[in-house]
Write a protein that binds this ligand. Sequence first.
Ligand SMILES: Nc1ncnc2c1ncn2[C@@H]1O[C@H](COP(=O)(O)OP(=O)(O)OP(=O)(O)O)[C@@H](O)[C@H]1O
Ligand SMILES: [Mg+2]
Length: 485
Amino acid sequence: MKVGRNEFFRQATLRLCSSLEIEKAMFNCLSYLRDFLPASEMLLTIFDPNLGLIHNLATVNLTGIRKPFPSKPLSEKAIDKINIDIGAWKEVKILDRLDLHPAGWILSDHVNLSSTSMMYISLVIEGKHLGSLVFLAEGKGMFKKSHAGLVAQLREPFNIAVSNALRYREVVKLKEIVDDENQELTRELRFIKEDEIVGADCGLKEVMEMVRQVASLKSPVLLLGETGVGKEVIANAIHYASPRKDKPLVTVNCGAIPESLMDSELFGHERGAFTGAIAQKKGRFERAEQGSIFLDEVAELSPSVQVRLLRVLHNREIERVGGAETIPIDIRIIAATHRNLEEMVRAGKFREDLWFRLNIFPVMIPPLRLRQGDIPALINHFIEKKAKELKIHTPPPLSSIVLERLKEYHWPGNVRELRNVVERICIMHGNEVIKPEYLPREIWGEEPQREAPFCYEIPPEGIVLEEIVEKIEKELIAKAVKITG
Ligand SMILES: Nc1ncnc2c1ncn2[C@@H]1O[C@H](COP(=O)(O)OP(=O)(O)OP(=O)(O)O)[C@@H](O)[C@H]1O
Ligand SMILES: [Mg+2]
């Protein structure tokens, strides 16, 4: 296609500046350049000399944006060659033999080296090498001197567009980090203002006594109990009753973070440690400095992370991913799990040495069915909270038959399930008197438990196994009769 030099420059520049998202800008630009160059693909790569890695920041072809290839390590020879090329950044380079150049080796998983031509330009702004813009074309010897001449004209707009886009990316990433930290802080503040521990003088009396004993110490605490019993509530109580209360309490949900991100989440990373590590990031251990770290669902940690955690607990220092220095830490560990860790240790699924380190002060939070006395106060607490949120001025009253039924239910989801039931009723029925039929079927339909439920504790006086087996048998037969009619 024939256009004047100025028009070509104007149109290509307009497209390059069309978006701050570098992929979109590159795609718009390539869609225009295809009439002047044989290029079918355009890549933006950055060479990190410290780590000896090539990062592919963006890749587009004629149909759209492609997934960048993973960062690749380079041999020393390749690094020397690339450094020489960066030195000669003024030229636009054409490579007909991709298989003889390190830039080609990097692309070996991406294209067929023997039938691909390449042209690239180094991007430099204020004397700093930003990366390289690479054009690929199918076939040998596709790029000519005239193509290099056209691309050379675009060096300045390329420099500016890529530099702005990289800064924009950095701002977006930094904003994500700040948002992340803000959420953490908001969560902490919310707890201090709103949450109170219902049942502290009743069903949780012993637990609260243990909290008081251990809060002022530095010892790790292991919170045990079924799902929804309030392990996180008690973890908060320990931290805010401790001398560390003015420092952060940082939570790690060990089951929710993918293993590949775990190290960077826990220990942080240095800038450039891996693709996307555009800024140094503090890990959760560092953020909890002088405060507490709450390792929730600790049983879900993979074996390799268990080893690294053990090392941190032992040495009391961490290393950021990609960093060389060791950073001492002063942190109180609170861990929690709903699983039977002892059994997991026996089955070889949890490291015994880590368990010893965490199990110094275990606190067992009893399930809700064993603290029926807390149920009325919990119901009131959740009704009041929800009524306030829904702006219902008179919270809905509860008939005694409903209260009885709620006390008798066995609450497999514990306090969380109770909270959900109460909230659902408030949302659906506003300030009406709570009638039995508003309760979920599983609660209203369940036979009341006249006897205390079977408990697996062994009392000091021992047990008579036959009696227990007989009791279970009777319960099962009654249930079977009920189901079959
Ligand atoms: N004693 C309590 N007083 C007031 N609210 C409570 C109490 N115990 C639990 N809750 C509330 O019940 C819900 C569940 O509690 P929490 O998240 O602490 O349970 P958990 O044991 O950590 O559960 P999981 O094992 O599923 O993580 C939360 O909304 C919490 O605020
Ligand atoms: Mg929890």
